[in-house]
Design a binder for this molecule. Structure first.
Ligand code: FAD
Length: 246
C-alpha cells in the first residue's frame, strides 16, 4: 500500500535530506507542481486536474536524490521526478500523491568531449544549445519548448523535434549514456540498447543524474518562402528537401 499522506517523521527525514527551505508542504506550491501541460488535452485535464502531491522537494545535489529514493522505497511513498513540467501527457502528474522531486537546480555541469556533451539533469536545452553553438556544434534534435525544458525532461518525456527529420527520434542513437539512480541498485551507467528502458520512460525506471548526448555540426540555416500549385507538390518538395544533405 502507498502512503496517502506523509507522516511527521517522514517530513522530518525529507528536511534532513534537502534542508527545510527545500521541502514545501504549502498547498499553492503542491498544486503548482502537481500539474504539467496536460491541460492542453480536454480529456487529460479532466482526469488529472484534482491531483495533488503531498510535498515538493528541490534537489541541489545528486546525492540527495539517492537518499530520497531509498527513503521513499522503504516507506512506499511514490516519487515523481520533474524538470520544467512542460510535458503534455501528464508524465509529471503525481497520480498517487507522494513527493514531487524538482531537479531544475542540478545544472552546474556541462562538459564537452569532442562531439559529445555530458550534463546534469536540470540543464535547460536552450542554454546547452547556446553553449554548443559557441563551439560550432549543436543539439542533434530538440523540442519546440527547448528554451525552458530540461535535458532530463526531454530524455524522460520527449521524443524529438527540430533535427528529427535528419537524426530521428531520441531513441535512435541520440542519447549516448545516462547515469540513472534507482532505490535498490544505486547509481547505474546505462549505455547502448539498455537506454531504451530510460528514454521516454517518464522517470519510472529511475532518476537520471547525468546525461551524455552526441552533438552535430552547427548547420548554416537559410530562411525562404515558396508557393506551390498543389498540396501534393508542396509535400513532395518538403520530402525531397528533407532528404537533401547540406
Ligand atoms: C507547446 C508544446 C510543444 C512541445 N513540443 C515538443 C516537441 O517538439 N518535441 C517533444 O519531444 N516534446 C514536445 N513537448 C513536450 C515537452 O515540452 C518536451 O518533451 C520537453 O523536453 C520536456 O522537458 P521538461 O523539462 O519540461 O520535462 P518534464 O515535463 O518536467 O518531464 C517530462 C518527463 O520526464 C521525466 N523526468 C524529468 N526529469 C527526469 C530525470 N532526471 N530522470 C528521469 N525522468 C525524468 C518526468 O518525470 C516526466 O515524466 C511540447 C510541449 C508543449 C507544451
Amino acid at each position: 500500500m502507498f502512503h496517502r499522506e506523509l507522516t511527521e517523521q517522514v517530513t522530518k527525514e525529507l528536511e534532513g535530506i534537502f534542508g527545510s527551505k527545500n521541502v514545501r508542504l504549502d498547498e499553492p506550491t503542491r498544486r503548482a507542481f502537481s500539474l504539467d501541460y496536460s491541460w492542453f488535452s480536454p480529456l487529460l485535464k479532466k482526469s488529472v486536474e484534482h491531483t495533488l502531491c503531498d510535498a515538493v522537494v528541490f534537489a541541489e545535489h545528486t546525492s540527495q536524490i539517492r537518499a530520497l529514493l531509498e527513503l521513499a522505497h522503504e516507506k512506499r511513498i511514490p516519487v515523481v521526478v520533474r524538470g520544467a513540467g512542460t510535458g503534455n501527457y501528464a508524465q509529471c502528474v503525481p497520480l498517487k500523491g507522494g513527493v514531487v522531486l524538482d531537479i531544475t537546480r542540478i545544472k552546474a555541469k556541462i562538459e564537452f568531449e569532442a562531439n559529445e556533451v555530458f550534463v546534469e539533469p536540470g540543464v535547460r536545452l536552450g542554454e546547452l544549445k547556446s553553449a554548443a553553438e559557441k563551439r560550432a556544434l549543436t543539439l542533434r534534435t530538440y523540442p519546440s519548448t527547448y528554451i525552458v525544458s530540461t535535458v532530463s525532461g526531454y530524455i524522460g518525456g520527449g521524443s524529438g523535434g527540430v533535427g528529427s527529420v535528419e537524426f530521428g527520434s531520441l531513441w535512435e542513437g541520440n542519447v549516448s549514456q545516462v547515469v540513472l539512480v534507482t532505490p535498490v541498485k544505486g547509481e547505474i551507467l546505462i549505455k547502448g540498447k539498455a537506454l531504451l528502458g530510460v528514454i521516454h520512460a517518464a522517470g519510472t525506471t529511475g532518476v537520471a543524474t547525468q546525461i551524455g548526448l552526441p552533438l552535430c555540426e552547427k548547420p548554416e540555416l537559410v530562411g525562404f518562402v515558396s508557393s506551390f500549385k498543389t498540396l501534393e507538390d508542396s509535400v513532395s518538395f518538403s520530402l525531397e528537401l528533407a532528404k537533401t544533405k547540406g
